[in-house]
Design a protein around this ligand. Structure first.
Ligand SMILES: NC(=O)c1ccc[n+]([C@@H]2O[C@H](COP(=O)([O-])OP(=O)(O)OC[C@H]3O[C@@H](n4cnc5c(N)ncnc54)[C@H](OP(=O)(O)O)[C@@H]3O)[C@@H](O)[C@H]2O)c1
Length: 279
């Protein structure tokens, strides 16, 4: 019986840590990306959501898969449902990286992907992370460079989670069947406004960074001006509504349940990533 784990988005924010964590546990890993490059000691395999002909070769010899949709894509249902189906047909256990809060309404596309997985006849675990701490050294990095993070979050709070804690949770559920058939809401240890987050980042990098609460329209204009496609800019603006409602301030013990360790604080993230935040 095969015992290999396919990791999608293996060169990305969460996937690279999932690969590292699985290799450290001695698991055989196939690292999937469009480029198909090896990641650390894991063999690389070419995979593209938009090219279903890549699914079969990627799933060959695989019994478990970490499935996520890369950032930059809006059509979660259209792109992930065929992947889930291909995995379920082969009885591959799927660990789906979803998004916190999507279980509030069954009409939300990500929730529909979850439901399809729940109804499939294959083992699964759903992980729903909150906003990543890592966004500060990726998406919001230009703002940090200019000393001001401008977002349509009003004064809403989020319990930011470190991608390393999402990955550690993924490794835990991929390497145990104890959590199968369940969903976990992954959060950091404290709910912070973006103004509070900016103060923490300022201190870590030794340079003033403030937060500017902007409107959806101003945010979309800023993103499209920086070259982000209009559809994705509107999508990003729309997902700040739950932040303004403070729904993302929720804190759970799920990371600790899965990994045995408390999740990292934003302060720890900022200290560990100070060089990347300053670069
Ligand atoms: N950021 C947040 O705050 C947050 C919060 C909650 C949930 N989420 C969810 O987390 C997901 C993103 O996770 P992430 O940040 O770890 O991903 P990511 O870093 O954006 O993923 C990039 C990876 O995906 C690969 N990739 C890009 N396009 C691809 C394609 N067409 N087919 C196959 N692979 C492709 C990339 O390699 P190649 O370019 O070589 O293909 C790379 O390995 C999203 O679904 C998002 O909704 C994010």
């Amino acid at each position: 019986m095969s015992s290999t784990i396919l990791v999608l988005g293996a060169t990305g924010t969460v996937g690279r840590h999932v690969v590292d964590g699985l290799l450290a546990k001695g698991e055989a890993v196939k690292a999937a990306s469009r480029a198909g490059k090896p990641v650390a000691a894991a063999e690389g395999v070419a995979f593209d959501y938009a090219r279903p002909e890549t699914f079969g070769p990627a799933l060959e010899g695989v019994d478990r898969a970490y499935v996520l949709l890369a950032s930059g894509y809006v059509d979660s249902k259209g792109l992930l449902l065929p992947v889930i189906e291909a995995a379920a047909t082969r009885k591959v256990k799927v660990v789906l990286q979803s998004v916190i809060g999507v279980d509030a309404d069954d009409s939300i596309p990500y929730r529909q992907v979850e439901i399809a997985l729940e109804k499939s006849d294959t083992p699964y675990v759903i992980l729903r992370p909150n906003w990543f701490s890592d966004n500060f050294h990726t998406f919001w990095k230009p703002g940090i460079d200019h000393g001001q993070i401008a977002l349509p979050a009003a004064e809403g709070k989020s319990s930011f989670i470190d991608a390393r804690d999402i990955a550690a949770s993924g490794v835990a559920v991929l390497t145990s069947s104890s959590f199968d058939g369940k969903a976990f809401n992954l959060t950091g240890p404290e709910a912070l406004s973006y103004a509070e987050a900016a103060a923490i980042l300022s201190e870590a990098i030794g340079k003033p960074v403030t937060y500017n609460a902007v409107s959806d329209e101003a945010f979309i204009e800023m993103l499209t001006g920086a070259g982000v496609p209009a559809g994705y800019a509107s999508f990003l603006a729309s997902i700040f509504y739950p932040v303004r409602q403070n729904w993302t301030a929720v804190m759970t013990g799920d990371v600790e349940t899965l990994t045995g360790k408390a999740p990292r604080s934003l302060k720890t993230y900022a200290a560990d990533y100070a060089a990347a935040l300053k670069a």
